[in-house]
Ligand binder design. Structure first.
Ligand code: C2E
Ligand code: MG
Ligand code: MG
Length: 429
C-alpha cells in the first residue's frame, strides 16, 4: 500500500482514500480536490544523471510536499515523477490555490542531487468533486488532463480542469497516435530557410525545419507535434532523420554552389540529452563528407535550466568536434543573461517576437540593440529571426546585427523550390 522509495501511499491506497473522501463529501455536501503533480523535465534528469539521482530527487520533493499539506490531506505517489494530493472537506478553491502557491514556493529552492544543484518545478492539474467528476477514476483522469494542459502552458503552471480540455486532449492523442507511424509512412519532409549575412547580402546557410503532412490530420505544425514527440523517445528518431536529411542536402548544395554553406538543425532538449547525440552527429557528417564546421546546432533556453553541468559538458564536446551552437528563440524563455557568458554558444538568435514590432515599439528596439551589443561583447554572433520588412532590416543593419532570417529573404521551402539553388542558377558571389 506504500511506495517503497518515498514511503508515501501508493496508487491503490490513494484511490481507496479518494473513494472514502467522496462518500463523506456526498454526505456533507462539500467538495474534494484532486491535485495531480508532475515534475517538469524529470525524464531528462533521470536519463542524464541516472536513476539513483532521480530517486534522490523524488525523495527530496516528497519530503518538501509532506511539510506543506494539511494534516487531513493525503499525499501519494503514483510512480515515476507523479504525485497526487487529495484535499477533502473543502468548500471552495481557496485552500487549493493556497496549496498551489506553497508547492511553488517549496520547489523554488534548488535541490542538491549528487552534489549538483538542480532546479525543479512541477506542472499541476486540478479536478474537483462533484463538478469535474463523480468517481475516483474520472477525477484522476480529469486532473491528469489539466496537468497536461499545464505542461503545454509552460513549466510550473497549474490548471483547473474544464470540459474544453477534453477536446484538446483528444487532439493530442490523435497527433500522438499518428506520429508513431509517420516515420514509417514517410510523411516527414524537411523545409529550408535561408540565413543571410546582413553586411554582404550573401546567403550563408539554411535552417532545416521539419514539415509533417498526415492523411488524417492534414498539415500539422511543428510547434504542435514537436512537444508531443519530445515527451516520448520518438523525438530522437525524428531528430536523427532531420539531421541526416538536412546534411545530405547540404552536401549536394556545397558540391554545386559553394563550400561556405552551413546547415542549422534544431535539437530538442530530450534529443540533446540522449546519449546517442554525438555519435549520430559524427556519423551523419562523415556519411555526407562534411566538415563539422558546416553544422550548427540550435538549442533553446529551456535546456539550460535543469541539468546544468551535463549540458555544459555536452556543449563543450560539440564545440570540440567543431560544430557550432546557436541559442534559439533568445529572449522568450527563462534565460538569465549569465547563461550567455557561461555556456559556449557561438550564435544568439533573437526571437521573432522582438523583431516583429521593432519599427514601432521603441522598447523592443532598445532591447534588440542591447542584446546585439551584449552578444558581441561576449564574442557571439547574432541572427535576427522573423525579419519580414525592409524597415526591420534597416534597423538591424544600423545596430550591427550579423545575420538575418525571415520571410523577407524567403519562407522555409522544400529544397527543390529554393530559387537561388535551383538548377542552372548560381549563388550570388
Ligand atoms: P524555430 O527554430 O525558432 O524556427 C523558426 C520558426 O519561425 C519557423 O516556424 C519558421 O517557419 C518561422 N519563421 C521564419 N521566418 C519567419 C517570418 O519572417 N515571420 C514569421 N511569422 N515566422 C517566420 P516552424 O517551421 O513552424 O517551426 C516552429 C518551431 O518548431 C521551430 O522554431 C522549432 O523550435 C521547432 N522545430 C521545427 N523543426 C524542428 C526539428 O526538426 N526539430 C526540433 N527539435 N524542432 C523543430
Ligand atoms: Mg530554430
Ligand atoms: Mg527560433
Amino acid at each position: 500500500m506504500f511506495d517503497p522509495t518515498t514511503g508515501l501511499p501508493n496508487r491503490a491506497l490513494v484511490i481507496d482514500r479518494l473513494n472514502n473522501l467522496i462518500k463523506v463529501a456526498q454526505r456533507k455536501a462539500n467538495k474534494v480536490a484532486v491535485l495531480f503533480i508532475d515534475l517538469d523535465d524529470f525524464k531528462m534528469i533521470n536519463d542524464t544523471m541516472g536513476h539513483e539521482s532521480g530517486d534522490e530527487l523524488i525523495v527530496d520533493v516528497a519530503g518538501r510536499l509532506k511539510e506543506i499539506i494539511r494534516s487531513s490531506d493525503t499525499l501519494g505517489r503514483f510512480g515515476g515523477d507523479e504525485f497526487v494530493v487529495l484535499m477533502g472537506d473543502i468548500e471552495d478553491a481557496e485552500p487549493v490555490e493556497r496549496l498551489v502557491q506553497d508547492i511553488r514556493s517549496v520547489l523554488s529552492v534548488r535541490c542538491k542531487v549528487k552534489n549538483r544543484s538542480v532546479s525543479v518545478s512541477a506542472s499541476i492539474g486540478i479536478a474537483v468533486f462533484p463538478e469535474d467528476g463523480d468517481s475516483a477514476s474520472l477525477l484522476f483522469r480529469n486532473s491528469d488532463l489539466a496537468m497536461y494542459q499545464s505542461k503545454a502552458v509552460g513549466r510550473g503552471s497549474a490548471t483547473f480542469y474544464t470540459p474544453m480540455l477534453n477536446a484538446v486532449s483528444e487532439r493530442r492523442l490523435r497527433v500522438e497516435e499518428q506520429l508513431h507511424q509517420a516515420m514509417e509512412c514517410d510523411e516527414f519532409e524537411v523545409a529550408y530557410q535561408a540565413q543571410v549575412e546582413i553586411r554582404s547580402g550573401r546567403t550563408i546557410g539554411y535552417e532545416a525545419l521539419l514539415r509533417w503532412r498526415n492523411g488524417e490530420l492534414g498539415e500539422v505544425s511543428p510547434s504542435d507535434f514537436i512537444p508531443i514527440a519530445e515527451r516520448s523517445h520518438l523525438i530522437v528518431t525524428i531528430g536523427g532523420f532531420v539531421l541526416d536529411r538536412a546534411l545530405a542536402q547540404l552536401s549536394a548544395w556545397r558540391r554545386n554552389h559553394g563550400q561556405h554553406l552551413k546547415m542549422a538543425v534544431n535539437v530538442s532538449p530530450r534529443q540533446f540529452c540522449d546519449e546517442s547525440l554525438l555519435t549520430t552527429i559524427r556519423a551523419s557528417l562523415e556519411r555526407h563528407g562534411l566538415p563539422s564546421e558546416s553544422l550548427e546546432v540550435e538549442i533553446t533556453e529551456g535546456l539550460l535550466l535543469s541539468t546544468k553541468s551535463h549540458v555544459f559538458e555536452k556543449m563543450s564536446a560539440l564545440r570540440e568536434l567543431g560544430v557550432t551552437i546557436a541559442m534559439d528563440d533568445f529572449g522568450t524563455g527563462y534565460s538569465s543573461l549569465s547563461y550567455l557568458s557561461h555556456y559556449p554558444f557561438n550564435v544568439i538568435k533573437i526571437d521573432q517576437e522582438f523583431i516583429r514590432n521593432i519599427e514601432v515599439d521603441s522598447c523592443n528596439r532598445h532591447l534588440v540593440k542591447s542584446i546585439i551589443l551584449m552578444a558581441h561583447g561576449l564574442g557571439h554572433k547574432v541572427i535576427a529571426e522573423g525579419v519580414e520588412t525592409k524597415e526591420q532590416l534597416a534597423l538591424l543593419t544600423e545596430f550591427g546585427c550579423d545575420f538575418a532570417q525571415g520571410y523577407l529573404f524567403g519562407k522555409p521551402m522544400p529544397a527543390e523550390r529554393i530559387p537561388a539553388l535551383s538548377p542552372g542558377l548560381r549563388m550570388p558571389p
